[in-house]
Design a protein around this ligand. Structure first.
Ligand code: ATP
Length: 458
């Protein structure tokens, strides 16, 4: 039953009813305020935050239409959109009840009432009000967390033509609800793109939920992504909502989608196609409305050709594709990124640094950055910690030499085929046999590289 909690406002033109209500509710609730004049409602609501309001439907004698009640319901909801209003009427019928609920009332009480029934209804209404408060608090917290998490992501830097094309694509796509697939090597800024899309979308006030699919084990995938009911399996001590449900109305960022096994791809596809999920241990599907942004550092089209990624899933997630170029293909961005990270870390480590020497900057320009912007960021942080002078020096950067762009190639022979073979061997070694990266570096297609490898028996 109701613990002595909750504040109630009862509005009825019949003083006897108000008196009876006060007497009935006083032992259970913290405060009962009554008024026979509905015009008092705004003033009373200004003074006190009521949890539940009991509102008569008809205030003029002999009136049975309920119009006045609906008028005051509107006023109450205008003042407090989260108000929990219970209509009271002696002339209640199913039709009016439905109309009242549609208009925003929470429930309906018929006069004359049974005491237990009215107390039970008010008790549920108080619980509803409490849940509404909790939801509001959680939404507020979520907003604050998102803003805090988003802060480091606000600076998305790049001046190169390739990055300008990415920024233009983000501007065009963000406002639409289209599913976006972001492709790019590790550390190129895929999550930055996802957050920029979210921040500029119509769903910006809802949740942004990021899931690293690569970090979820196969056995836990289904319950992690789709949730489970209590007792669905041995360890399911409590029910768990699916990530889709948590992200409902918001944006779901599925990172490392290329790492999903084929059976899990099938499950994900069903959820996306039907726009509903079914928790493990339940047979009741729940509708979900999310904007999907996916990312991968794999060559997903190549995975499709190799039968390792479902084509139908790819078509569902790549309404628009955004390609993030690796840093070595936009070396003109290195100076501005250097400046940016230098300012951040000099402040963090309280170092009074002027900048970076021309030699050191040249070293950064020549390096291939296999870890892309993330690697540059870490290299600068480390250099700032190590630096003992006014400017970052070449020696402050410990870059793995093998990944430096080779300025010249030993010409032991002038045979062009032999030179080509040597260069390809060198580049393949440099990228540990990664065909995509090697072909990009060589400026040829993957197919051409394969053809040449076959030709030279590599
Ligand atoms: N253009 C950029 N401007 C500023 N910072 C950037 C830029 N690109 C990447 N970064 C920074 O580099 C780091 C890596 O970025 P992010 O996590 O978005 O990359 P990713 O492509 O999602 O990486 P992974 O594939 O490893 O998950 C982050 O700290 C990010 O803030």
């Amino acid at each position: 039953m109701i613990k002595k909690m909750g504040k109630i406002l009862a509005i009825d033109d019949n003083e006897d009813i108000l008196f009876a209500l006060k007497l009935l509710l006083k032992p259970y609730v913290e405060l009962v305020v009554t008024t026979s004049d509905p015009n008092e409602i705004p003033k009373l609501m200004g003074k006190e935050s009521f949890d539940v309001m009991l509102l008569d439907m008809n205030f003029t004698q002999d009136a049975i239409s309920g119009q006045e009640g609906f008028y005051w319901l509107d006023k109450i909801l205008e003042i407090d959109p989260g108000a929990v209003v219970l209509f009271i009427t002696a002339y209640g019928d199913a039709e009016k009840a439905v109309k009242a609920i549609k208009a925003g009332a929470t429930d309906f009480i018929l006069k004359p009432w049974q005491n237990e029934k009215i107390i039970a209804t008010i008790s549920s209404a108080l619980k509803l009000r409490e849940s509404k408060h909790e939801v509001d608090n959680l939404k507020q917290k979520q907003k604050e967390y998102t803003e805090a998490i988003d802060k480091p992501f606000v600076d998305f830097i790049g001046e190169s033509a390739k990055m300008r094309a990415v920024f233009t694509a983000i501007q065009k796509v963000a406002k639409t609800d289209a599913n976006v697939l972001i492709l790019g090597e590790n550390g190129t800024g895929k999550e930055l793109v996802a957050r920029a899309l979210y921040r500029n979308s119509a769903r910006k006030d809802e949740i942004f939920l990021s899931i690293d699919l690569g970090s979820i084990s196969e056995s836990l995938f289904e319950s992690e992504l789709f949730g489970h009911e209590k007792g669905a399996f041995t360890d399911a001590k409590k029910e768990k909502p699916s990530r889709f449900e948590v992200a409902h109305n918001g944006t779901l960022f599925l990172d490392e989608i290329g790492n999903l096994s084929l059976p899990l791809q099938a499950k994900l596809l069903t959820a996306i196609e039907r726009r509903e999920i079914t928790r493990v241990g339940s047979n009741k599907p729940t509708k979900v409305d999310v904007r999907l942004i996916c990312a991968t550092n794999n060559d997903v089209h190549q995975l499709v050709s190799a039968g390792q990624f479902r084509q139908d899933l790819l078509y569902r997630i790549n309404t628009v594709e955004i390609h993030l170029p690796p840093l070595r293909e936009r070396t003109e961005d290195i100076p501005i990124l250097t400046k940016h990270f230098l300012a951040i870390y000099a402040k963090k480590y309280k170092k009074n640094l002027k900048g970076i020497t021309a030699d050191a900057q040249k070293k950064l320009q020549q390096y291939l950055w296999p870890g892309n912007v993330r690697e540059l960021q870490h290299a600068i942080e480390r250099a700032i910690i190590m630096c003992e002078s006014d400017n970052l020096q070449s020696e402050d950067f410990f870059l793995t030499g093998s990944k430096e762009r080779c300025a010249d190639i030993d010409m032991e022979t002038y045979n062009l085929d032999q030179i080509e073979k040597n260069v390809i061997t060198k580049v393949l070694k440099q990228y540990n046999g990664n065909i995509t990266q090697a072909s990009t570096e060589l400026g040829i297609t993957r197919t051409s590289l394969y053809r040449r490898m076959e030709k030279y028996g590599l």
